[in-house]
Design a protein around this ligand. Structure first.
Ligand SMILES: *[C@@H]1O[C@H](CO)[C@@H](O)[C@H](O)[C@H]1NC(C)=O
Ligand SMILES: [Cu+2]
Length: 168
């Protein structure tokens, strides 16, 4: 009979793994944050989850990062009271789901250089709003949630479910 300590360990891993595996997205990858890069295509190849972070890398002073709304994104305009990020290694935690928009506020980088990023942040599977509670049968979400499950959460739910079944 396997020890319940084993189950405890797996349960603890299941709880903490999402934060350990939270993805750091370096905007533009090796290119970083500058005009003339296709951030739209860059973002299309990625999935962003609550708990992940965005990192904007650039030479300090050459660019900045402004969080804007959808209108500001289209028009390359930030609200007057928005404080730009300027360190050149700006880390932004994605703490809520939904659409997020960022632009560079230096010169005409946004207007002329298309230096702007729009992303959609998905809720973390495992949060009460989206997650079916782990069931003893170890079922994983399917359909629309399938791509989320394919990352790691579904697997963890399945493992915990199966072990729970074996041990109790
Ligand atoms: C978007 O931000 C601008 C300020 O840049 C503000 O005037 C406008 O009301 C905002 N729009 C929405 C839909 O919140
Ligand atoms: Cu810029």
């Amino acid at each position: 009979m396997a020890s319940s300590g084993m189950f405890m360990i797996i349960a603890i891993v299941a709880v903490f793994l999402p934060s350990i595996l939270a993805t750091e997205h370096v905007v533009g990858d090796k290119t970083g944050w500058r005009p003339g890069f296709d951030y739209k295509t860059w973002a299309q190849g990625k999935t962003f989850y609550v708990g992940d972070t965005l990192v904007f890398k650039y030479t300090p002073g050459a660019h900045n990062v402004l969080r804007v709304n959808g209108t500001g994104f289209q028009e390359c305009k930030a609200a007057d009271d928005i404080v730009p990020l300027t360190t050149g290694n700006d880390v932004i935690p994605l703490s809520t789901p939904g659409k997020k928009w960022y632009i560079c506020g230096v010169a005409k980088h946004c207007e002329s250089g298309n230096q702007k990023l729009s992303i959609t942040v998905l809720p973390q599977l495992g949060s009460p709003a989206t997650s079916p509670s782990p069931s003893p049968t170890g079922t994983t979400p399917s359909g629309a949630a399938g791509d989320i499950a394919s990352r790691y959460h579904g697997l963890i739910v399945a493992i915990v479910g199966v072990f729970g079944m074996i041990m109790f």
